[in-house]
Design a protein around this ligand. Structure first.
Ligand code: S3P
Length: 467
């Protein structure tokens, strides 16, 4: 067991010397968040990242034109747009979050002349690997240091079983080449890890494969690919399994028909202003049009169990996805145990949940966080180090994070290493809205991968986040 409260002492000593400005390693992209008293107002966070990637990719293989409204214009999704253009789809940005895609039809993508640079985007990489695996051409995938350290073996294995060949760096890491197969084989694959990205890669590969491609997921993960394929007219069979989980089958060579899409606001981005309003001394905000797909709402459920005043107003269905306006008021939060089974429905929200836990009364135990170690950074380590540096008592035991809240905000005053991870940066900037001393992140630029305009939106609600 690592005692992170001791690590905090060392980290704080390092930070104090850093704050003299000597040898900080801080770039001019650093951001600081200062304490505020009151958060209020209405805001709409940008479009859902998962849905935006899928909307571009699936529209890109229909025959005809699809209009997408509310697309996330963050760096990750722009990387997907560039990759699709490089493979022959027409992808036009019309302005105001509206995009028009002219697809090439299932199996109609062409070999990209240059390597596909996916930047920081794990979802783009894994889903596109699936899409090209059953096309008869070779493509090369590259990305930044964070993406190049992430495990791709989880998609390589099933895609090779379908007939593709993939040559990767050691440990199945980028850069890698996907040598697509001209004669794909349908497979039935049981997911060894609960991963919507792996599920989606196989289903997308199954589109250009004869026969039935099936994924069995023992634990449910976000189902945006299934919903969207159905929306575009693909033939799918989805069975609930008696032992829990689902069996998802896509029938190969469907005729996908263009179908316009409205992308809901991303619940994973809404999580940041949501927690900021909850821990603020005075907070009452509305976040409009947020996606409330039940496979994404683990954080809301958890925060409500902790005592959060969150209400879902005007629930409605938009573009096949459920959305609502969320009213969030400041609340006295209590520590709870978050079960491991809930992790897939809130996997990206643990960093900001840990911030909420740090301000709650009592112990919050978060179980089953192994997957956090292979996100844009090792989020378990990044949160533990950063929170300890801000004066939070916590421990990491295997895949469990335990945060001891003292019913008041921690001291803050630390410089956080972002490690190319947008959610680490945003989580600590949320913490800085309540700590006595400002919280700084060394590099705020990764925030643009998922939440362009983050500081402006937060400041519009009353935060003080700036250079
Ligand atoms: C995503 C799935 C999750 C999530 C990621 C987006 C998706 O990853 O962490 O940010 O869009 O399918 P895993 O599939 O690795 O759990």
């Amino acid at each position: 067991m690592t005692d992170w409260s001791k690590a905090g002492l060392y980290a704080r000593a390092w930070v104090v010397s850093d704050m003299t400005g000597v040898g900080t390693g801080v770039t001019d992209r650093g951001l600081t968040s200062r304490k505020v008293g009151r958060l209020s107002g209405t805001a709409q966070v940008p479009g859902d990242k998962s849905i935006s990637h899928r909307a571009l990719m699936i529209a890109g293989i229909t025959v005809g034109k699809t209009t997408i409204t509310g697309l996330l214009e963050g760096d990750d999704v722009l990387a997907t747009a560039s990759a699709l253009r490089a493979m022959g789809a027409k992808v036009e940005q019309l302005g105001g979050g509206v995009w028009r895609i002219s697809g090439v039809g299932v199996g109609g993508l062409g070999e990209p002349a240059e390597p596909l640079d996916l930047g920081n985007a794990g979802t783009a990489t894994r889903l596109l690997m699936g899409l090209v695996a059953t096309h008869d051409f070779t493509s090369f995938f590259t990305g930044d240091a964070s993406l190049s350290s992430r495990p791709m073996a989880r998609v390589i294995k099933p895609l090779e079983a379908m007939g593709a060949r993939i040559v990767a760096r050691s440990g199945g890491r980028l850069p890698l080449a996907v040598i697509g197969t001209a004669t794909p084989l349908p497979i039935t694959y049981t997911l060894p890890v609960a991963s919507a990205q792996v599920k989606s890669a196989i289903l997308l590969a199954g589109l250009n494969t004869p026969g039935e491609t099936t994924v069995i997921e023992p634990v449910l993960t976000r189902d945006h690919t299934e919903l969207m394929l159905t929306h575009f007219g693909a033939e799918m069979r989805i069975e609930e399994l008696a032992e829990g989980g689902r069996k998802i089958t896509v029938i190969g060579h469907p005729e996908l028909v263009p179908a316009d899409i409205v992308v809901p606001a991303d619940p994973s981005s809404a999580a940041f202003p949501m927690v900021a309003a909850l821990i603020a001394p005075e907070g009452d905000i509305i976040l409009s049009g947020v996606g409330t797909n039940p496979l994404r709402t683990g954080l809301i459920q958890t925060l409500i169990e902790m005592g959060a005043a969150i209400t879902l107003e005007n629930p409605r269905i938009e573009g096949g996805e459920s959305v609502a306006d969320l009213r969030v008021r400041s609340s006295a939060l209590r520590g709870i145990t978050v079960p491991a089974e809930r992790a897939p429905s809130m996997i990206d929200e643990y960093p900001v949940l840990a911030v909420a836990a740090a301000c709650a009364t009592g112990r919050t135990t978060m179980l089953g966080l192994g997957e956090l170690r292979v996100k844009e950074s090792d989020r378990l380590a990044a949160m533990a180090t950063g929170l300890a540096a801000c004066g939070v008592k916590l421990s990491v035991e295997g895949d469990t994070l335990i945060v001891e809240g003292e019913g008041r905000p921690p001291l803050g005053g630390a410089m956080i290493a972002t490690e190319l991870d947008h959610r680490i940066a945003m989580s600590f900037l949320v913490l800085g809205t309540v700590t006595a001393e400002p919280v700084m992140v060394d590099d705020g630029s990764p925030i643009d991968t998922s939440f362009p305009g983050f500081a402006a939106l937060m400041n519009g609600l009353g935060c003080r986040i700036g250079a």
